[in-house]
Design a protein around this ligand. Sequence first.
Ligand code: NAP
Length: 249
Amino acid sequence: MRLKGKVAVITGAGSGMGEATAKLFAKEGATVVATDINLEAVTSVVEAIRAQDGEALSIQHDVTSRTDWEKVYAEVQATCGKLDILVNNAGIALAKPFLQQTEDDWARTYRINIDGVMLGTQYAIPLMEKNSGGSIVNISSISALTGMAGAGAYTASKGAVRSLTKAAAVDYGKQNIRVNSVHPGYIVTPMSAPHMEHPDYKQHFLNQVALPNLGTAHEVAAAVLFLASDEANHITGIELPVDGGVTAK
Ligand code: NAP
């Protein structure tokens, strides 16, 4: 088991990649603290993990709320006594042409996609310092590497996730805290399926991928697992695309 004895907080774990990561981490022996704004969804993920004899607990958590982060880490300390891994996965996608974006669109996208990562990281680092180290994996996007048409606020917010990752990696490396980003490409999840599986658009997405298929949430989770695990002990500050070769073109 690749995460035996580790405690991992995963945000946005009620759906898509967060759900797949929570299930995979539990299978690999981690105690998973699965959080999501949608309590019903994340509770059902935790029930599925427990049904497979995994260890997990669910917490309702809005990543934009400092109070909610305090609640999550108080629960982690009380129940698990330490923190080894944080996966900042929760995010929203806003597909809206640049000129039509309002300040509210911009602010909401930033609040969830980057402020949420900042808050989670600020609270995780002191706990990881106490634990002589840890691993933070931030879910960015290929849009942070290449730009994405029609999604300026989303693209900019994911670029900020990429940069925050490198800044935190440099600042906390000597404390043995590793911080890396994963950049999913075209991955079919509840967030993306309405576009990617739409008969009018699916071929457009497939044309951009070098491999035969669009990605799955499990394929992203496998990359997150590697970076979170001790196998990646000398890896920090990297950006890992999981994109079937989109950015290789
Ligand atoms: P998803 O299926 O929509 O799952 C995201 C989860 O986060 C949902 O359960 C959502 O709840 C929750 N959430 C939304 N706002 C939140 C908040 N303020 N606090 C806590 N949880 C919140 O999305 P996904 O496709 O798995 O995406 C996961 C991450 O990968 C995101 O950061 C996304 O930007 C990134 N990504 C996705 C793709 C892709 O192709 N799918 C590509 C590149 C990057 P609700 O459903 O109730 O809103």
